[in-house]
Design a protein around this ligand. Sequence first.
Ligand code: CP
Length: 316
Amino acid sequence: MKNFTKLGDVSNIQEWLQQAKEIKKNPFSHKAFGTDKTLGLVFFNPSLRTRMSTQKAAMNLGMNTMVMNISNDGWAIELEDGTVMNEGSQEHIKEAAGVLSQYCDIIGIRTFASLSNQLEDYQEKILSKFIQYALVPVVSLESAIRHPLQSFADLITIEEQKNTARPKVVLSWAPHPKPLPQAVANSFVEWVKETDADLVIANPEGFDLSEEFTEGVFVMHDQDEAFKGADFIYAKNWSSFSAYGKTTEAHNDWIITEKKMALTKNAKFMHCLPVRRNVVVSDEVIDGANSLVLEQANNRTYAAQTVILKFLKNEN
Ligand code: CP
């Protein structure tokens, strides 16, 4: 594996899930692989879970970590080749990625979607440029269109919590006051499609995700119908793909409530966090016995640890 940015980088998802389970049981058993190695974590955007869980994963593996909030603390980065850099940008990504590679054995990078240029976002412009110039493996800590470490943690959580061999998993759009990227939703679909699950996406008209991700997945525009018989409800807001970056109709009635959860087969509630309470989901649901949000956050460590260990062992 050269880099970890998407499901396509995973050789065998069932084997990875098994390895994550073993790591969770015995998290300090691979320290020898990480000794004297350094993980660099570079954030263009804010983070709580990704930053802390990936650092913890590295520490569990005996690694050193260095973290940089590059947008706040670094020089303004130039992405284009051939630019005469006599305006805002001060450092080209070519040097930035190359220099970081001198200090780190593996680099994690987080870059959100601009939500202003769909083509560049869906080409993963910043991540791709960084990978092009990095001299060591790169792990996506969420890119413009995918969040693979979150999705891997979500699959670990579903695997641990499912009561049936083939659960019904509903990815439900939920309201949010600001346009958000599609990364978590895209990635969740990409990863769950590869498992033994009946995946349904529920979203209002006008909020269908890119066909690049939804091909072959049942998409419904009636949330109540979609919830019937569900074993897992995964709530997430995403902004419209077709009206890219635009603020569109609020659809506040898509909030996840106890009344809606009552339509399911006693489903577990999932969300990647952070979440706006009583906008996306009611207090009763997120604080209820079926809420898995903390389990998901906990599994972020073991997802990251599995990926980092694969690089340290030079495995796929
Ligand atoms: N779920 C997630 O990625 O959380 P952070 O943005 O806090 O890292």
